[in-house]
Design a protein around this ligand. Structure first.
Ligand code: ARG
Ligand code: ZN
Length: 873
């Protein structure tokens, strides 16, 4: 049955302390839980106590040390009920048995490459012991972990270490105590053979904290960057948000089987090793940036998520949207702010806009769910972060800071709601945020249409704005939202003009707030021919429909003081060319392009010293971007060919400039992952990529040479990715060499799997099938599966959406196969169908057939069943 926000009520019982004794064993781990329980004054007196369970085996249960009468309770794998518990505080002792080796769902206690680890968010703790498994039940935890010392020399828990020692028969134990009350989803333990790199930090108020990053033994040399990122995160959070760490130990453990990116367990973050391990030879610049961001994200959760947690899972964005905002700010401060913004907006459009326009659309704070694991989405995370960013834009940085301080002060130690959060900002700013809060409840991406009229005589510029949001599942009627639009005027001659409104004010910070269906703004004393630069910095997560001609776009591209809009102007220009090319191709005409874009690109390459920015300009909108722009009746083959044609045209037109850029940016000296060096490499690789697209005869030998001589993964895989786009022996030789060289390095092989899965050729599906038989491939490892199957389905538009439906059938097979072992992963992959209704009708029919085939399977998991049902609705 679906869970609804409106049905929330507090629990009838509270659990104040939890004492766990976990005896690790590969197939029969025993968990003795002692729970101090009392009636909740806010609950119903005399109610039954209903503890959650999931695939649990009950060994014994006792109340205040005494056995329970058989009729007093009822136990099943999915719950333990005490019919009439005492109407006073009492102690419940529960012993359960679980099999970590057989736990392929990777929720609860499981083993990854022999290491015992846990994942409890959202509802995994109930797979360890019976509990009130919901975030508003907060307790103080003590964990004793016992294991065979040879099997698990390292034993880690939440909080501070209290005690450890040897036991007879080669066993040993460790006790950890976490003094901070927390919900059970933040519980974690780890036991295994692990290598460690350590550090130490003294917090602002003088607390000494020992830092540890634990990895597979032998991989310690790849853990240094994660540790460095952790130290920088801790410093930054003190300075930027006044948040200080609150335990004597902070540990991070990398495991190789993990459903998501990482998990913020109190004092014991557990990571997908992909987001910890890095060396120049095995990780790309993008990997380094992702490690930095995710290390920061999980650490930042210590305040936004752990100290202040969520009342219920509908409030997930309370911690996730805010923490994404915080990690984005961190990366912006550590690297280039404009480049980070461009990258984030690219990702937002690719993931969240796609989600928001299809059958899986939901509000940032959903009001109903069947399976909470399916709501760890781009909407909750990335749009959730955009909403925070808009809040800051609307009330200003000082009021935002005051609101955050108030939130930390008032809500610390509580399980809070979005209303609690917003109340702090309303109070700090003196503003009414009730209209703004609609962003949390209303799904769909708003469109803002703008018309501009310049009156040369009066020297006034009138901007007419109109907003609308398309219907989404369950929400047919939409209301206008509060849209902060940052704007400026750019003239063909040079500097931007000041923004004076008709009533004689200057528009503060260039901010116009559109909060009605339609509104207009008149600017006075506007010099001739201004080009309005709207939605600067992407000030709201909306689609902007602004009629700008090629000359105006080029003016923005060349002169806008807002770097985001310079980049956006180039993207819009390229997008137009591709959309027109798709139309031409579908009418059996050859695509034609004007020189404007390529010429401007050449100018940029000649002049810029912001390499990372230039690389972002050169990366044309993706096939999926073009498909979204088209919106309906999409023919992915036409999109592929239109994009190829433009890349080839630009590569030819700007060929010499690209070649110069490529040779000019050659680096010497040892690899460094810093943003400036990474920027150089990204521009150099982007230049080679376009050069090769325009003239393979010129580019392929360069790519081959780079592939052979590169001393770092960024340049090596960059060259390989270019070679991969051009069929022939050069490609196959390079792929074979790479596969052999990294045969023993699973994380690098993932790049190799992914690269091949993304080749936009008809033979790719067979190649993917072949790679599934590769000795290093395994469907039981989520990283391998996502690299091969996930990349094929999510990052190879033309081949997943093959006209014959074979791509869809393949994915449906994979989903059905995986659903038995890892439903969360299966449901994620099935999300690849989320755009199916916008395809041309032949493909739409093929996709529907496969979705129906999945839906018809008996015994589907709640995870897959939820996605397939919503996809077909
Ligand atoms: N809270 C984690 C993060 O944002 C994500 C964990 C999600 N896990 C899950 N099983 N849905 O980093
Ligand atoms: Zn998070």
């Amino acid at each position: 049955a679906p869970v609804r926000l409106e049905d929330y009520r507090p629990t009838d019982y509270l659990i104040d302390t939890v004492s766990l004794d976990v005896r690790l064993h590969p197939t029969a781990t025993r968990i003795l839980a002692e729970l101090a329980i009392r009636p909740n004054p806010a609950g119903r007196a005399g109610a039954a106590l209903e503890l959650d369970g999931d695939e649990l085996e009950l060994v014994s249960v006792a109340l205040d040390g005494g056995a329970l009468a058989p009729g007093a309770y009822e136990a099943s794998p999915s719950g333990l009920t005490l019919h009439a518990p005492p109407e006073r505080a009492f102690r419940l002792s529960i012993e359960t048995r679980v099999n970590p080796t057989a736990n392929t769902k990777l929720m609860g206690l499981y083993r990854s490459s022999g290491v015992y680890c846990t994942q409890c968010e959202a509802e995994g703790f109930r797979r360890i012991t019976y509990f009130l498994d919901r975030p508003d039940v907060m307790a103080v935890y003590t964990t004793r972990i016992e294991a065979e010392e040879a099997e698990a020399p390292v034993l880690l828990g939440n909080g501070d270490p209290v005690e450890r020692g040897a036991l007879p028969n080669g066993r040993h134990y460790a006790v950890w105590r976490d003094p901070h009350p927390k919900p059970c989803y933040l519980f974690a333990l780890v036991g295994g053979k692990l290598g460690r790199v350590g550090g130490e930090i003294v917090t602002r108020s003088g607390r000494k904290v020992e830092l540890g990053v634990y990895v597979e033994p032998g991989k310690e040399s790849r853990a240094g960057y994660a540790l460095d990122a952790l130290v920088r995160s801790m410093r930054w959070d003190e300075q930027a948000f006044g948040c200080e760490y609150d335990l004597s130990v902070f540990n991070i453990v990398a495991v190789s089987d993990f459903n998501m990116g990482a998990m913020e367990n109190k004092g014991l973050n557990i990571f997908n090793d992909k987001y910890v391990l890095a060396s120049p030879e095995t990780a790309t610049d993008a990997d380094y940036a992702a490690i930095e961001a995710i290390i920061a994200h999980e650490y930042f959760h210590n305040w936004t998520g752990n100290r202040i947690t969520c009342r219920d899972w509908f409030q997930l964005c309370l911690k996730e949207g805010l923490t994404v905002f915080r990690d984005q700010e961190f990366s912006s401060d550590e690297r280039s702010r404009p480049v980070k913004r461009i990258a984030d907006v690219r990702a937002l459009r690719a993931q969240q806009f796609a989600e928001d326009s299809g059958p899986l659309a939901h509000p940032v704070r959903p009001s109903v769910y069947r399976e909470i694991n399916n709501f760890y989405t781009a909407t909750v995370y990335e749009k959730g972060a955009e909403v925070i960013r808009m809040l800051k834009t609307l009330i200003g940085p000082e009021a935002f800071k005051a609101g955050m301080d108030l939130y930390f002060h008032r809500c610390d130690g509580t399980a809070a709601t979005i209303e609690d959060f917003l109340a702090c900002f309303a109070e700090a700013s003196g503003r009414d945020l009730s209209h703004f809060s609609l962003w949390y409840r209303q799904a769909g991406t708003p469109s803002v249409a703008v018309r501009t009229a310049y009156d040369a005589e009066d020297r006034t510029l009138r901007l007419d704005f109109a907003q609308s949001t398309p219907p989404t599942p369950g929400q047919t009627e939409k209301e206008p939202v509060v849209i902060p639009i940052r704007l400026g005027l750019v003239s063909a001659q040079g500097r931007g003009a000041p923004l004076k409104t008709a009533d004689g004010r200057t528009l503060e910070d260039g901010l116009f707030v559109l909060d009605k269906t339609a509104d207009s703004l008149t600017l006075i004393e506007v010099p001739a021919d201004p080009v309005p630069s709207l939605l600067r910095g992407f000030s709201a997560p909306v689609r902007l429909e602004q009629e700008l001609g090629p000359a105006e776009l080029l003016t923005l591209f060349r002169r806008d003081e807002d770097p985001f809009n310079r980049w956006q102007a180039a993207q819009t220009y390229a997008m137009r060319l591709m959309v027109r090319a798709v139309e031409a191709l579908r009418a059996q005409q050859p695509p034609e392009f004007d020189q404007g874009f390529a010429v401007a690109l050449g100018e940029l390459l000649a002049a810029t010293d912001d390499h990372a920015f230039a690389a972002q300009v050169m990366a044309l909108p993706s096939e999926a971007d073009v498909a979204r722009e088209l919106g309906r009746e999409i023919d992915p083959d036409a999109v592929l060919h239109a994009r190829k044609a433009l890349r080839s045209f630009v590569g030819q037109t700007a060929g010499d400039r690209l070649a110069q850029t490529y040779s000019r940016l050659e680096t010497t000296g040892p690899y460094s992952p810093d943003a400036a060096s990474a920027g150089r490499r990204s521009l150099r690789n982007a230049a080679l990529d376009l050069l090769t697209a325009g003239d393979p005869g010129r580019g392929i030998p360069l790519a081959q040479a780079q592939f052979a001589s590169a001393d770092n993964m960024t340049d090596q895989i960059g060259a390989l990715a270019i070679l991969a786009q051009h069929p022939g022996p050069a490609r196959e030789e390079a792929l074979a060499a790479f596969g052999e060289h990294f045969a023993a390095d699973p994380l690098v092989l993932d790049k190799w799997f992914g690269l091949q899965a993304a080749i936009p050729e008809a033979a790719t599906l067979d190649r993917v099938r072949g790679l599934m038989r590769h000795p290093a491939f395994s469907l039981s490892n989520p990283n391998r599966t996502r690299a091969l199957v996930g990349t094929f389905a999510m990052a190879n538009l033309s081949q997943f959406h093959r006209a014959d439906g074979a791509g869809y059938a393949f994915l449906a097979d994979m989903v059905l196969q995986l659903d038995g072992s890892n439903p969360q992963l299966a449901a994620r992959l099935l999300g690849a169908f989320r755009t199916w209704r916008s395809l041309e009708q032949g493909r739409r029919a093929q996709a529907e057939t496969q979705l129906r085939r999945v839906a018809a399977k008996e015994g589907l998991s709640p995870d897959v069943s939820d996605i397939v049902t919503r996809s077909l609705a």
